[in-house]
Write a protein that binds this ligand. Structure first.
Ligand SMILES: [Zn+2]
Length: 344
């Protein structure tokens, strides 16, 4: 099938173009897995721009009804584990510079933990952080007084997180915990849901982990954000091919409602993610995480003057991006959407 050329706006600092050819194997339309619109259209052909774990190309489909951007699950389900590079969101503290370690903790404390504390100021209840990666949020939640645990599937991440929060990491998936009869009062999924296949079934399934009334906090990138709209396929928040589903505010709320949750609060600002997503999209060569992942792969030096300069420049740009991030959030078009839902 012949399709038009998709190219980024001319003013973006771009090094790649996405030219759609006639020989690439894809369906031109798909059924939207969230709202069941039968006519979601192929929109972007993507490569793994940031981590380069695969040289393959991946199609993202767009649903014009709920604004979801998604991959065809059947094509990638079995391959998902191979898309995660060593060091993806779970780098050891010793491999991070002091600046990055301090910055990461500071933003998680003021962003994710701050939101959780605003909802549960008495810090009561058993909390499970699903997809806890290297355990930064978990460590801070424990320090704040929560009876907190982390669930993680990546062996490498589990090994790192065990050092950060000893005895608090549960290795495996939600099925393992359900089989063990584990129950929690609060579930947090910070940037986890977009990585999962069949999210409706997943959201129904984790209800078996909740003691009622259950409380769930979900944070995902927002394709309805101003920066996602402006940047298109070059937006960092798409993180192709690791994100199976790229939600809009509408689609994630629709999905949560369908799964039986009651929407209590929606937030569009994220100190940790929104400014950073904009800077990483515009200046991918400065993105500190992907730089470190690539250096790890090449066994390069993780502490060097050039990396320190890049990190400092990145941080300065993230600070400069905050007014735009605040404007997006004020318009309800922030790059991240955080939703607090309950289950009666
Ligand atoms: Zn849809």
């Amino acid at each position: 099938m012949k399709r038009e050329q998709v190219s980024p706006p001319f003013w973006i600092l771009a090094s790649e173009f996405y030219i759609l050819d006639s020989n690439f194997d894809f369906e031109s339309s798909m059924r939207c897995p969230i709202c069941e619109n039968p006519n979601a259209q192929a929109r972007y052909r993507m490569t793994d721009r940031f981590f380069e774990v695969s040289t393959d190309q991946f199609w993202l489909y767009h649903c014009s009804s709920c604004d979801l951007l998604f991959q065809e699950e059947d094509k990638i389900r079995d391959r998902l584990p191979e898309f995660y590079p060593s060091g993806y969101w779970w780098q050891e503290a010793g491999k991070l510079s002091w600046l990055e370690r301090t910055y990461r903790e500071w933003v998680v404390r003021h962003d994710q933990l701050g939101f959780v504390l605003s909802l549960f100021p008495d810090r009561q209840g058993r909390l499970l952080d699903i997809g806890c990666a290297s355990g930064t949020f978990l460590k801070l939640a424990l320090q704040a007084g929560f009876d907190a645990f982390g669930l993680e599937q990546s062996e490498e991440a589990v090994r790192i997180a065990q050092r950060v929060a000893p005895g608090r990491i549960l290795e495996g998936n939600e099925q393992d915990l359900i089989a063990r009869g584990e129950k929690f009062d609060i579930l947090t999924l910070f940037h986890s849901l977009e990585h999962m296949t069949d999210p409706f079934r997943y959201l129904k399934n984790i209800q078996k982990l909740l003691r009622k009334p259950g409380q769930v906090i979900i944070q995902v990138p927002n394709v309805q954000s101003l920066q996602a709209r402006i940047l298109g396929s070059r937006w960092y928040g798409l993180d192709c091919p690791r994100h199976v589903y790229n939600y809009s505010t509408f689609s994630v709320l629709h999905l949560l409602g369908r799964a039986g949750y009651r929407i209590q609060r929606v937030r569009h600002f994220s100190l940790r993610d929104n400014g950073a997503a904009l800077v990483s999209s515009l200046f991918p060569a400065l993105d500190t995480m992907s730089q470190r992942v690539k250096l790890l792969k090449k066994k390069g030096k993780l502490h060097s003057l050039s990396l320190s300069i890049k990190e400092s420049a990145y941080l300065a740009l993230v600070i400069l991006a905050q007014p735009f991030a605040l404007l997006e959030a004020a318009l309800g078009r922030g790059a991240t959407v955080t939703v607090y839902v309950t289950l009666d």
